[in-house]
Design a protein around this ligand. Structure first.
Ligand code: AMP
Length: 411
């Protein structure tokens, strides 16, 4: 990854990026008239066949940034896929993300003749095998099931000219990184490769060096994308007081579409059950639920039938729901990057949003990590505990109050 270029253009139209009229029409139908920064930066070099390292989180429009050039390039080269093979492979960490990418492919590629298939775990294999039989142009897959099908010789990757790895840092979290390396080795070395990651931990930098050739780097700083537009509030509360705090917050109708994050799957179930008991329509979504149950939870949230979705980090990856008014961190995540991912569920594609984080006495370490990453303090609403002063947080004070009127003790 030697001399990569930093691209930071803002282009005002999809036509100027070099996208075909067919795709421009599809975009216009979807209601998108202006490319997002990641799209402006990524689409031209991708149309030119360059490898790409995209540092951008969900919510920046990164899916279209790789799907659009991929569709155009595949469509411009009318080779038919051969049986049990694919011309392009998109790897994603979660089933939800795979389904959403498939929806994008379908939306933008509707006018074309390209065939796509989705290969994810947790559902019956037979339909997936049947879909691969004639060969596909685009295969969207989670790594585990894909490797399974490769080993069963139901699909081979030696004809894939395009490889997209989406949310690479999350793949690392889930433990998929070895699978990714193994899969990349099955594709031709001459392929075009795109690697997307919200953050760049050392292991992802290393992966990039291995699988990308002379890539263009497009970086959308997380703080300019979402964080700045989100009203980030911090509320100190003992673990035992969080439940009441959540109930109180939800009496405000402004919290119309809310994602509550918990650290554990059991925590997610517990919070959802408690909310349901108080008459709030809530559903839980986490990795222990069947695919059907997760789809159902997400559909119900998307359609507005449940007001609150309670989710864990992994399950929430790639959730693409418009109009999320509030994200509530019932517990702070252990890694600060997850905080950015979580709050990025609100303020998507130009909208503003509110993120409220609950912090118990045992979570100050996580809070410090988050504030270090953001390079700023979260705004305290309500009371701030005294201990903050001892921890070098002496200038912490409730939002909108002059310093001398600071309240001293948590209730
Ligand atoms: P993504 O980061 O790919 O998950 O996309 C985030 C959201 O932005 C999705 O709801 C997209 O449908 C939407 N989106 C993508 N590109 C644009 C665009 N150019 N203008 C407006 N919305 C967009």
């Amino acid at each position: 990854m030697s001399a990569h270029e930093e691209i930071n253009l803002t282009v005002s139209s999809f036509a100027a990026l070099g996208l075909s009229e067919t795709l421009q029409r599809a975009l216009a139908k979807t209601g998108y008239d202006t490319p997002t920064p990641i799209q402006s930066g990524a689409i031209p070099p991708l149309l030119d066949g360059r490898d790409l390292l995209g540092v951008a989180q969900t919510g920046t429009g990164k899916t279209a940034a790789f799907v659009l050039p991929l569709l155009q390039r595949l469509d411009g080269d009318r080779r038919h896929p051969i049986a049990r093979s694919t011309r392009a492979l998109i790897l994603t960490p979660t089933r939800e993300l795979a389904t959403q990418i498939a929806a994008s492919v379908d939306r933008y590629g509707r006018n074309g003749r390209l065939r796509a298939a989705v290969i994810i775990g947790g559902v019956n294999m037979r339909a997936q095998i049947a879909a691969l039989e004639r060969g596909v142009d685009i295969l969207i897959a989670t790594p585990g099931r894909l490797i399974d099908l490769v080993e069963r010789r139901k699909v081979q990757l030696a004809r894939a000219d395009y490889l997209v790895i989406d949310e690479a840092d999350r793949m690392l979290d889930i433990g998929f990184i070895r699978d990714i390396r193994a899969i990349a080795r099955l594709l031709p070395a001459t392929r075009q490769t795109m690697l997307f990651s919200a953050t760049m931990p050392g292991e992802i930098v290393k992966l990039g060096k291995e699988i990308l050739t002379d890539p263009v780097r497009v970086e959308i700083a997380a703080k300019t994308v979402a964080v700045d537009r989100i009203d980030q509030q911090l509320r100190f509360a003992d673990s035992g007081a969080k439940r009441q705090l959540l109930d109180d917050l939800l009496t405000d109708a402004d919290l119309s579409r809310v994602i509550v994050f918990t650290r554990t799957k059991r925590g997610a179930d517990r919070v959802a059950t408690q909310l349901a008991r108080t008459g709030v329509k809530a559903t839980a979504m986490h990795g222990d639920k069947s695919q059907a149950a997760r789809d159902k939870a997400l559909d119900s949230f998307r359609a507005g039938r449940s007001r609150v979705l309670v989710a864990t980090d992994v399950a929430a990856r790639g959730i693409d729901v418009d109009g999320v008014s509030h994200v509530i961190n019932y517990e702070l995540p252990t890694d600060p990057e997850s905080y950015v991912h979580r709050i990025g569920r609100t303020a998507r594609a130009g909208a503003d949003g509110v993120a409220i984080s609950f912090c118990a006495p045992g979570e100050h370490e996580q809070l410090r990590g988050i504030e270090r990453l953001l390079k700023r303090r979260l705004t305290v609403v309500g009371a701030a505990p005294d201990t903050r002063a001892d921890e070098g947080h002496g200038d912490r004070r409730p939002a909108g109050r002059p310093r001398q009127r600071r309240r001293r003790r948590a209730a």
